[in-house]
Design a protein around this ligand. Structure first.
Ligand SMILES: *Cc1c(COP(=O)(O)O)cnc(C)c1O
Length: 494
């Protein structure tokens, strides 16, 4: 049966349920499968299957120890009418590329796909492991994870959810979505800092033994809904397999034909899921990793040097304003051939010296990744051009991906069929999208939602309609060093 081990080589071996409950390994490493699963059948046999069926084929390979019924049950609870598209993730062809629209869930961003199912996987895991303590989901968000996790976990039995978001750096709409969240067990807190501060704070808390022991004594245990949790990552593999099957089905690729996958990237979770899909059997030519001005990953892919000694920029694709891409650690583990001592020393270097360089043999293995970036201005230009040429509206994050892809195609002449992960609804970043296509329109971000609708005739996602009329329920703002005391305060009131 598949087991999960730490990227940094302590001796922990966990089953899937335990890895999902715990979230992060005891030695600060991330859980990875000890052996990467394969689909075990020809992928063309999945032609004609629905999203839920393909989800079962993928999830069952990773969730060793879960019964067939448990997996089906979680899938059925997750992928229902909450999604505004029956296909869950429609694949839309525009201008010769395939946009995989991942944003039809409850919060209008791709993170809904995984966070709709994670709570069901987690509650099942708790039952299987006979865990009686209450699970506290601790989440740092660059804007979209927080709301998607809140929606997923609101009023889920035996859980509390605490979300920290950077007080500067999330969009007005993202912020409003979070602070209006209902649910007895939801807690939303602004942190005076950026996303890396929030993520580092959360990671530190996970690794603080005395703090965790004192929570245990109060009947709580921490877990994560960030993509450091394998339970977040695994459901994301499904849609890449699904997209490939759709391309086969539509006759847009031949059997065993390769595709390129373009992913606008922040924490490296979504693109890592694409890599896992490839390991499972999806034939991939290139993974194109797109960044905004915080282009640590572009430089890394081009040079093999990961260097965070640089300025942090707030951009118009805020969910990618990240310098430390946590999930890269998992990729490095796999391309090193599972050499945990190498990973441990690279990650320690990153912590101490703020940079590391890959050994040559690992640089070699990175060749199937191409990196590129787009600044704010070119992002808006890309939105405008695609809208004018293709009458198709994309958000700023997706536009970063599309921009980087267009440059790649121009430079390489590579005409491999290409799937772009379309990670958010254009309505979620209305200010920027309006600035791109109709800059004469003025107003608050909420008024602009309606103006965007009038200008384009596209549909406003349910999640974003009437947002400005909802009551604000969460007010806390804290300093960076108050995260632990805030958690205690929230939980001890319970
Ligand atoms: C989170 C997010 C990303 C980045 O995804 P990672 O898995 O962190 O790389 C890109 N676009 C949007 C809209 C997001 O919410």
């Amino acid at each position: 049966m598949i087991q999960y081990i730490s990227t940094r080589g302590n001796q922990e071996r966990k089953n899937a349920a335990q890895a999902i409950i715990q979230g992060i390994a005891m030695d600060k490493g991330l859980f990875v499968p000890d052996c990467l699963p394969v689909l075990g059948q020809d992928i063309s046999q999945l032609i004609g299957k629905k999203y839920a069926d393909i989800a079962y084929e993928v999830l069952s390979k990773y969730l060793g120890g879960f019964t067939k019924e448990e997996i089906h049950d979680a899938i059925n609870k997750a992928y229902d009418e909450k999604f505004e598209s029956e296909e869950i993730v429609p694949l839309v062809e525009k201008e010769g590329v395939f946009f995989l629209e991942l944003y039809h869930g409850k919060t209008a961003a791709f993170k809904d796909v995984a966070l709709s199912i994670l709570p069901h996987l987690l509650t099942t895991a708790l039952k299987k492991e006979k865990e009686n303590r209450k699970v506290v989901i601790l989440t740092a968000t660059s804007g979209d994870t927080g709301k998607a996790a809140l929606e997923g976990f609101a009023d889920v039995e035996n859980t509390e959810i605490i979300v920290f978001y950077p007080s500067y750096g999330v969009s007005e709409i993202q912020k409003r979505q979070m602070v209006t969240q209902k649910g007895q067990n939801t807690h939303v807190i602004a942190l005076k800092g950026n996303f890396d501060d929030a993520q580092n704070g959360v990671k530190k808390i996970f690794n603080d033994r005395p703090f965790n022991e004192s929570l245990h004594n109060e009947g709580f245990m921490l877990s994560s809904a960030n993509s450091i949790n394998v339970g977040r990552l695994i459901p994301q593999i499904v849609y890449y397999v699904y997209a490939y099957v759709k391309l086969l089905e539509k006759g847009r690729i031949k059997k065993d034909g390769k595709i390129n996958i373009v992913v606008p990237t922040g924490n490296f979770g979504n693109i890592l899921a694409a890599y896992y899909a490839c390991q499972m059997g999806v034939p991939v030519n290139q993974f194109i990793c797109a960044s905004n001005r915080n282009k640590v990953l572009t430089d890394f892919i081009n040079t093999g040097i990961y260097n965070i000694n640089r300025e942090f920029h707030v951009t118009n694709s805020p969910s990618m304003d990240i310098l430390i891409s946590s999930n890269l650690e998992r990729l490095l583990f796999h391309i090193s051939g599972g050499q945990t001592s190498v990973i441990k020393s690279l990650m320690e270097k990153l912590e101490k010296e703020k940079k590391y360089e890959l050994p040559e043999y690992m640089k070699e293995k990175m060749r199937i990744f191409t990196g590129g970036y787009a600044d704010d201005k070119s992002t808006l230009k890309t939105i405008k051009e695609l809208y004018q040429k293709g009458a198709y509206l994309i958000d700023t994050h997706t536009a970063v991906g599309y921009n980087v892809y267009l440059k790649y195609r121009r430079e390489t002449q590579d005409d491999t069929p290409t799937v772009i992960a379309s990670t958010a609804s254009p309505y979620k970043f209305t200010n920027s999208v309006i600035a791109a296509i109709a800059p004469e329109k003025q107003g608050s971000e909420f008024q602009l939602i309606e103006k965007l609708q009038q200008a384009t005739g596209s549909r406003i996602p349910k999640a974003l309609a009437d947002l400005d009329k909802k009551e604000i329920l969460h007010h806390a703002v804290i300093e960076k060093d108050q995260m632990m005391s805030q958690i205690k305060e929230v939980l001890l009131k319970k």
